[in-house]
Design a protein around this ligand. Structure first.
Ligand SMILES: Cc1ncc(COP(=O)(O)O)c(C=O)c1O
Length: 409
């Protein structure tokens, strides 16, 4: 929806609002006759329904499950998250009072933008970028600067050149693990470099990590099941705020996200969150604490998720290779939920989408993730939501759509 449709009498802030292209597309692709490779939804068939039901049952027997909880999150969940974060950082203790629970990590982004970004301040994002972050930073009235990413993540050398030339960001946002939409993972060396730049130039890094646990192949290796990403950027500087979420590994409907940050940032966000919603849901936070704290169950669940997502990624990339050959360059995901593909000819994926929907398949055109001309030929495909057989079947109509589109142009 563009601001042209907004009625008079609304605040000036609403004039620059635009809907995420992906959320608009989700409405279109909810049709039964369309196989959607567009959304960033985790696999519905892999959501652990029975374990969630057991967690709900157990939570309901806890007296405070149906009450308000602390604004920064239920203490039980924050303790579990602090322990998990400590593990993720190779055993460095993460204190409980540096963890804040939010309504999904998207709310963490919104509240952090309010806490850290003055109108007109510079925010650096990946190019291409997570659309939800672009939306938040544009609502915050930030001046957005994009730094390209390649197979090693954000090009921190380029960032350093821009900083040396005078760029002074308040915040650098990056998705370092299994990037949305590119699928790439930031190298260890660039993580250290970005952290060192944050210390030297005094900006915050938001390390947005909903996909880090869904790894299924080592970079440069064809072996599924090995290859966790490098240690978080947060291991290398106190100026890094690390966000994560239960959405992709348990279920989005829990709306449980969290971040770890210096105490002053947590305190500021707590005040903003009081104004936004008083607190999150005690019920779903207790459920998340139960499941995330049950390490034996969670480890087995993650092994299943990684194995299945790995199969789905292979099914999709193999089918794309078979149908398109050298005309389409397809990324080889080592984790996460997305494949990024680029046509080697002049196929405009924004225009191709209409033909693809007619043929019963949907994807997200590259231009949803940035304004660069180079994205006109690219597309993001999610392999998470469909079985290998359905993914293979989805590629044929995509190829037919492209043939029809090419004939018409
Ligand atoms: C990079 C990134 N960050 C944050 C989110 C928000 O997720 P949630 O609010 O469900 O935790 C998403 C969702 O797709 C995402 O891809």
């Amino acid at each position: 929806m563009s601001s042209a449709y907004l009625p008079a009498g609304l605040a000036r802030r609403t004039e620059s609002l635009s809907s995420s292209a992906i959320r608009d597309l989700l409405a279109l692709t909810a049709r039964d006759d369309v196989i959607s490779l567009a959304g960033g939804l985790p696999a519905t068939d892999l959501i652990p329904v029975d374990r969630i039901a057991a967690a709900a049952e157990a939570a309901l027997r806890t007296p405070d499950a149906l009450q308000y909880c602390e604004t920064r999150g239920h203490g039980t969940l924050r303790s579990v998250l602090a322990a998990r974060e400590s593990d993720a950082r190779g055993g460095v203790t993460v204190p409980v009072d540096t963890v804040v629970v939010t309504h999904g990590s998207q709310q963490a982004l919104t509240l952090l933008a309010q806490a850290l970004i003055d109108p007109g301040a510079v925010v650096v994002v990946d190019e291409p970028a997570y659309t939800g972050a672009l939306q938040v930073f544009s609502i915050a009235d930030a001046r957005i600067e994009a730094i390209p990413i390649d197979s090693d993540g954000m090009d921190t050398e380029e960032l350093e050149r821009r900083l040396a030339a005078g760029l002074r960001p308040a915040v650098v946002h990056t998705v370092a693990n299994f990037h949305n939409p590119r699928g790439v993972t930031m190298s260890e060396q660039r993580r250290r470099h970005l952290a060192a730049l944050a210390d030297r130039f005094g900006f915050w890094v938001i390390e947005d990590d909903p996909y880090g646990e869904i790894w299924f192949a080592a970079p440069d290796s064809a072996t599924p099941g090995v290859g966790a990403p490098p240690l978080p950027i947060a291991c290398h500087s106190d100026r890094v705020i690390r966000l994560s979420s239960a959405s992709k590994i348990l279920a989005p409907t829990l709306r449980v996200g969290w971040f770890v940050a210096p105490r002053a940032v947590c305190a500021a966000v707590e005040l903003l969150k009081q104004g936004a919603d008083l607190c999150g849901s005690s019920m779903t936070q207790l459920m998340a604490a139960d499941m995330l704290g049950d390490t034996a169950w969670l480890d087995a669940h993650l092994v299943d998720l990684r194995r299945e997502y790995s199969c789905r990624a292979t099914a999709l990339t193999t089918a794309l290779d078979a149908e398109f050959g050298a005309r389409l360059t397809v990324s080889r995901p080592a984790g996460g939920m997305f494949t990024w593909a680029t046509f080697e000819d002049a196929t405009d994926t924004g225009e191709l989408l209409a033909a693809a929907l007619d043929h019963g398949v949907a994807f997200v055109p590259g231009t949803a993730f940035g304004s660069g001309e180079q994205y006109r030929r690219s597309l993001r495909l999610s392999f998470a939501g469909a079985t290998p057989a359905v993914l293979t079947d989805a590629v044929r109509p995509l190829a037919s759509a492209r043939s029809a589109f090419t004939r018409a142009h």
